[in-house]
Design a protein around this ligand. Structure first.
Ligand SMILES: *Cc1c(COP(=O)(O)O)cnc(C)c1O
Length: 435
């Protein structure tokens, strides 16, 4: 294992002064949470904002609130290529995961397939084609019967996702859905601060959420934000949240120690160390529905003091870096590598590069050198291949999602990437693609 300068694949710096404001937050009490909520509501121009322990906790609370509104609906449709936390949250909320393949050029839904799936939802007797029950031992006749009894579609929500800062086309999605009861939950976990045609992402769906996890656009060690303008959804979320507990003493200690570790070890000079120790579960993508769901702590709200300046600064840095990667890949003019075009003003936390050649991928990721450069594969496989879920998708293929999981790597864009890192990374890639 190499010891020396190592870039994280994605990072949002936490500074010592943030940790001091975190501790001040503990002293300021509930006002700290209200301050953060007020600032978020104003910045994003929404009526309601809620703060939780993570993005997946936020999504679970959203889904439970939606289920409260439509108790006879239990299916949630997501892209077949996304973060494993998304199906984890759906299962945690007691709902069923349904998948739609993605488009290789946009990483958004494959809209042809999506419209087919949606039309099957509106013709109840055909729903068994693409949508089998999640648990194999649950007789499908039963759910079909329930479905007739309730005389409505089982589809509760669709989760369009802005992956790697690429914008999902939510207007197009809205036009396609003719059942007005289906909710659009905007997964803006990775793109806090990103915009689309002047509209801030996270506010395009009926309800949206951000993650404040370690590798996201902004970080409070862990954390999740829910935004919505809909009073009916907000009301249910309030009652969901009212029964949650906050962080206890040991939970707060853990947050505090993680904040200090991140302030030190995210820095490329020290990042090899947690890599060696497999510390903080860095770089893992796991399916696990048994995560904690808590209200955000005063410490995290305090850590987020000055978030607007940080977010703006990080976004500018990432935008500049993404542009450089984009130009570099374009100028290579090599058919083995390509990048995806993205909206101006997006917030790209990892720059995705498509490799059209498996041999090239093994060369790039073959020895451990890529780790030092923060070059990483994206999610390991399609959601349909997650072992715990795969039985529900046995007869259905999601070829694009599988292909994308195989083909994509990401380059780092975060504030720790220095100019000499960029030179080293370009030289590394040039050397590997050299004939
Ligand atoms: C990170 C992420 C989540 C979950 O957020 P956590 O804070 O890690 O729980 C959900 N969706 C996407 C697309 C993500 O990248």
């Amino acid at each position: 294992m190499h010891i020396g300068r190592t870039l994280p694949p994605a990072a949002s710096p936490i500074y010592p002064q943030d940790i001091i404001s975190g501790l001040r937050g503990l002293i300021r009490g509930q006002r700290e949470i209200e301050r953060f909520q007020d600032e978020l509501r104003e910045f994003f121009g929404v009526n309601h904002c809620f703060l939780l322990s993570s993005g997946k906790a936020a999504l679970t609370i959203i889904l439970q609130a939606l289920k409260d509104i439509h108790p006879n609906r239990d299916e949630v449709l997501i892209p077949a290529f996304t973060c494993y936390s998304v199906p984890s949250a759906i299962v945690r909320a007691g709902l069923k995961v349904k998948l739609c393949d993605i488009n290789a050029d946009t990483l958004d839904f494959d809209f042809d397939q999506l419209s087919k799936i949606l039309s099957q939802y509106s013709q109840p007797n055909k729903t068994d084609k693409l949508n089998k029950p999640n648990k194999p031992n649950e007789p499908y006749e039963l759910s079909a019967k329930n479905y007739e009894l309730s005389s409505c579609s089982p589809l509760l929500a669709i989760i369009p996702t802005h992956l790697f800062g690429l914008t999902a086309d939510i207007n197009r999605l809205r036009e396609l859905i003719d059942d007005p009861e289906v909710f659009i939950v905007e997964d803006a976990a990775q793109v806090m601060g990103g915009e689309w045609n002047g509209i801030t992402l996270g506010t395009l769906g009926d309800v949206g959420f951000f993650s404040l996890g370690r590798g996201k656009a902004l970080s409070t060690v862990e954390g999740g934000i829910i935004l919505t303008n809909r009073n009916d959804i907000a009301e249910r979320i309030v009652s969901q949240i009212s029964i949650l507990s906050g962080y206890g003493f040991f939970g707060l200690m853990e947050l505090f120690l993680k904040a200090i570790s991140l302030a030190i070890f995210l820095h490329p000079t020290f990042f090899w160390f947690p890599k060696i120790l497999h510390f903080l579960k860095l770089g893992e993508t796991i399916y696990d529905p048994y995560f904690k769901i808590k209200k955000m702590s005063l410490f995290q709200a305090g850590l987020a003091m000055n978030w607007q300046n940080k977010l703006r600064r990080f976004k500018d840095i990432r935008a500049k870096c993404s542009k450089q990667w984009s130009t570099f890949i374009k100028n290579l003019n090599n058919c083995q590598l390509s990048s995806i075009s993205y909206q101006p003003n997006s917030n790209i936390i990892r720059f995705p590069v498509k490799l059209n050649n498996g041999a090239l991928k093994s060369k790039l990721l073959g020895n451990n050198k890529h780790i030092n450069f923060g070059i990483m594969p994206s999610y390991p496989d399609s959601i349909s291949s997650i072992e715990e879920l795969s039985s529900s998708f046995q007869d259905i293929d999601f070829p694009v999602a599988k292909e994308i999981a195989q083909q994509f790597i990401t380059l780092p864009t975060h504030p720790f990437v220095s100019n000499s890192d960029k030179t080293r990374i370009t030289n590394f890639i040039l050397k590997i693609i050299a004939p």
